[in-house]
Design a protein around this ligand. Structure first.
Ligand code: ATP
Ligand code: MG
Length: 264
């Protein structure tokens, strides 16, 4: 096998808002098929890094390449190659589950019948079979997140970006969705960059967890192998290292947090 170009390559980016430095010299490479989690407490700069990688904002300095393109200057080139899902599911209330799930496909110009078939298949894949005709208000928070993920995955993107996609869910629901997402991402070879403040999200989903302190400064990188994930003692040790890097004392996440900490 020859050298494979990274899917995401971020070199020495800086971003300030007014005089406030939100991202201070951040670099990252994400390889094809890799799942990387950016962890950190509120205000660490996670969403800002993700927004820079998605091209919704541009860096003050440094360079970003996603699938070889500058996501800010060449936004259009990435249409259909990337998909995003957020903490707030951003579903349209006047559309049913399947009508929401097929939205990305319709926007890309996929014929209606094909879009419907593909959306239904993805709803089934995220375990929402039978809920396709429900309106958003008839779905639980976990079901909405699943519709949002189905909508993101239905366009068959090479790259998936998630921002706190599991954070608003209760412990059990989040755990199930994390495992489902991990399996789907691996089965389909998706490259994924996601941000979270929940340590379990990173340990259960990611191949690599990167802890950011304010200014998006990298303070810890943890490789998360299937062997580690299968060993409770290793998981606990990894969890403890991440918690300490995130700012010590108590947990930044875990059982108690049914409510969102911020609007993300
Ligand atoms: N558009 C903006 N204008 C001004 N300040 C901003 C803007 N976006 C982010 N910031 C600031 O940059 C810092 C990083 O914000 P960011 O949203 O990236 O944090 P985060 O790690 O995603 O936090 P959270 O866990 O709360 O979502 C914060 O101090 C925030 O107030
Ligand atoms: Mg955020």
């Amino acid at each position: 096998m020859g050298t494979i170009d990274p899917v995401i390559e971020i070199r020495n980016i800086h971003k300030s808002f007014g005089g406030f430095v939100a991202v201070d010299d951040f670099s990252l490479r994400v390889e094809p098929g890799e799942i990387v989690a950016l962890l950190g407490r509120t205000g660490a700069g996670k969403s800002t890094v993700l927004n820079l990688v998605m091209g919704t904002i541009g860096p003050d300095q440094g360079s970003i390449r996603v699938a070889g393109f500058d996501p800010y200057a060449q936004f259009r080139e990435l249409k259909g190659r990337i998909a995003v899902s957020f903490q707030t599911d951003r579903l349209l209330p006047w559309r049913t589950a399947v009508e929401n799930a097929e939205l990305g496909l319709l926007i890309l110009g996929v014929p209606k019948a094909e879009a419907r078939t593909r959306a239904l298949a993805w709803l089934e894949r995220v375990n929402l079979k039978g809920a396709q005709d429900k309106y958003v208000h008839e779905l639980s928070g976990g079901m909405r997140q699943r519709v949002s993920l189905a909508r993101a995955l239905a366009v068959d993107p090479a790259i998936v970006f998630l921002d706190e996609s599991f954070s608003q869910l209760d412990h059990a629901t989040a755990g199930k969705l994390r495992r489902d997402f991990h399996c789907i991402a691996k089965e389909f070879g998706k490259t994924c960059l996601f941000v979270t403040h929940r340590i379990e999200d990173a340990i259960e989903i990611a191949d690599r967890a990167i802890v950011l302190n304010p200014g998006a400064r990298i303070v810890l990188t943890e490789e998360i192998t299937p062997d580690l994930r299968a060993d409770p003692a290793l998981v606990r040790a990894c969890h403890a290292r991440i918690a300490e890097a995130m700012g010590g004392e108590g947990e930044a996440d875990d059982e108690e947090s049914l409510a969102p900490v911020t609007a993300g």
